[in-house]
Write a new protein. Structure first.
Length: 423
């Protein structure tokens, strides 16, 4: 239900009514600050202003366009937002207020070819910092009708990101940039706003996701863990204390070679996705043939059993299918009930965002015996001035431990994120 615009949104709507839109308009800022919500009401204005001309909505994927734009618009305008259709050439469209609008996912460089050749009068670009630079450049070149406009929404990224350097900071292009903080949206419950501030306090993501600033990663990635290890460490319960009950167990497997290690990391999932605990691990630097790897994995499963844990699933790096299948064979031969599967991985930065949120929500604990996991959280650092993890290959490398942990929790990630972010 629409309860009216916020003060920030009213000012922007007033500007649009007074002087229309510049060729490029960027709504930049914090999460849940009201940026994307504005586009739901701008789209009908564009359809009216450019009646008979073509429009396009782009997003990281077609799925994010559906979730971020189309579903909310159906709630607001149920009679005027249709279902997604596919034409004979495979292009996606949605009917908005009687007009077919093109939909394009822009998650890789090849997406440029989906946009080539067409001419558009207007574009809505959701999560624009997730696009490759060449895709956005191609889209801007296709906005060639008289008075064409592009409206983008985004959370901030690093200061050297192409959107900031090539567009926001440029002095010689006709652009409006509106910056939002989380406090610009008073419709959010105060408890939610405080929860989000607590979640990212002490990290660069507070500046980005709360204050809407463009900042680089610097120093430790998991600052909350580094500042207070004891907050996240657990031990075996005392005799008069109940044992933690886990509803599912998953083992992450990262295969090593040369100076990198093979790592097995067991994680237990708490009831209702309320948290995850790293409860067993093995870090192996002795590499040999497949038979040795199989023996090492079976020994780890037996060690987990000696602790009183099952291993329901084992998720391995999906780039190493042959080695993963060898583990599956070993498990079947031993008659152990463990489902060995490849991990469908999110991008590294998305995995980092999730772990930072889980730490902020006190949803990650590490058993004291898992010393390599503790070291990995303490030692993980940003590559200076970037939003990339420093993945140096060395004898003290912690990346293998981080990857194994992330593989273990990947299939729970959506539900864990919803709990951590109060979605």
């Amino acid at each position: 239900m629409f309860g009216g615009f916020t003060k920030k949104q009213k000012r922007i709507v007033s500007n649009i009514n007074k002087r229309w839109l510049k060729p490029l308009t960027i709504f930049n800022g914090a999460v849940r600050s009201g940026k994307t919500f504005l586009t739901y009401f701008i789209i009908p204005l564009l359809l009216d202003a450019f009646a008979g001309s073509r429009g396009i909505i782009t997003g990281k994927t077609l799925g994010t366009i559906e979730e971020n734009i189309l579903k909310p618009m159906r709630d607001l305008f149920p009679a005027n937002v249709g279902d997604v259709k596919v034409d004979a050439t495979g292009n996606r469209y949605v009917n908005l207020f009687g007009t077919d609008v093109r939909l394009v996912g822009a998650n890789d460089k090849a997406s440029e070819y989906k946009i080539r050749g067409a001419t558009y009068a207007w574009a809505i670009c959701d999560e624009v910092t997730t696009y490759p630079k060449n895709v956005f450049a191609m889209l801007m070149s296709r906005l060639s009708e008289d008075g064409a406009v592009c409206i983008c929404t985004t959370n901030p990224d690093i200061p050297s990101h192409w959107l900031k350097v090539d567009y926001i900071d440029k002095k010689d292009i006709d652009i409006d940039v509106y910056n939002f903080t989380i406090d610009d949206n008073p419709t959010l419950p105060p408890a939610y706003v405080q929860h989000m501030k607590n979640l990212y306090e002490g990290t660069e993501f507070y500046d980005r996701f709360i204050l809407g600033k463009w900042v680089s990663g610097s120093g430790a990635i998991y600052k909350l863990f580094v500042l207070n290890n004891d907050r996240y460490l657990i031990d075996e319960p005392k005799e008069d204390e109940p044992k933690v009950k886990y509803i599912e167990y998953a083992c992450g497997v990262d295969f090593g070679e040369n100076v990198s290690a093979t790592v097995f990391k067991l994680v237990g999932l708490r009831q209702n996705f309320k948290g995850i605990d790293i409860i067993a691990e093995e870090r192996i630097t002795e590499h040999g043939d497949v038979k040795l790897l199989q023996k090492q994995f079976i020994n780890f499963l037996k060690k987990c059993k000696s602790y009183g844990y099952r291993v329901d699933f084992a998720y391995y790096d999906n780039a190493q299918k042959t080695l993963g299948e060898s583990l599956k064979t070993a498990v079947a031969k031993e008659g152990i009930a463990c489902n060995v599967k490849p991990c469908v991985k999110d991008d590294i930065i998305e995995r980092i965002h999730l772990v930072i949120a889980l730490l902020g929500a006190d949803m990650i604990k590490v058993h004291k015996r898992c010393k390599h996991a503790v070291k990995a959280f303490n030692d993980a650092v940003w590559a200076e001035g970037t939003e990339e993890r420093l993945d140096e290959v060395s004898e003290v490398n912690v990346v293998d431990d981080l990857d194994a942990f992330e593989y273990a929790i990947q299939h729970w990630s959506n539900n864990l994120k919803k709990v951590a972010l109060l979605e």
